[in-house]
Design a protein around this ligand. Sequence first.
Ligand code: URA
Length: 219
Amino acid sequence: MPSPSRAVAVEKSGTAARYLPQNPSDWTLVEIKKRAARCRACPLYKLGTQTVFGEGSPHARIVMVGEQPGGQEDVQGRPFVGPAGKLLDRALAEAGIDRADIYLTNTVKHFKWVGAGRRRLNKKANAREIAACRPWLEAELAIIKPGIVVALGATAAQALLGKTFRVTQARGRPFRDTRWAPLVFATVHPSSILRAFTEDRTSAFARFVADLKAVRSHL
Ligand code: URA
């Protein structure tokens, strides 16, 4: 059995932690974004065009965390610029939250996909890839120290609130005094609304906006 110090070394070498400046007081969003661009902590760097790091003000009061970049994000190198991002923009506008006031990021920072002819289809990151990427998200939150974190979808919610967390049971409800922020909310991922049957889409969107309004009421 490995000694505890050996176990830590193994764990660290399998995550992005080794790319972060040793001293957290040297962490800035600009510096860690630069380092994340070279991240090879998991094999996804071979699939993606580039690392899609978080985007927004280091003084943002809200950090929203998605799952992983999609095809358009991969090409543009920016989070939430594809169809899910457009839906999120509409929902934020309806909820009265300015995208310029939030920092948007993802649990996993590379696009994972499988080929289908000429298309690249999103594939869910696995637990090892999520764990490998986690230090980037932890560092973003440590630098920004937001008042509120919003998990968009189960992957982000479980990364922040534990593997047993169920968005369907606890969406739109504040979790207080977490290690990430004084308040954490979880809601659905905007892609789930795009995937809903047409007749359910309007009500799914309205519920999503209601969850975001609940977030705004705590600002
Ligand atoms: N879905 C996500 O979770 N994040 C993005 O940046 C885009 C789509």
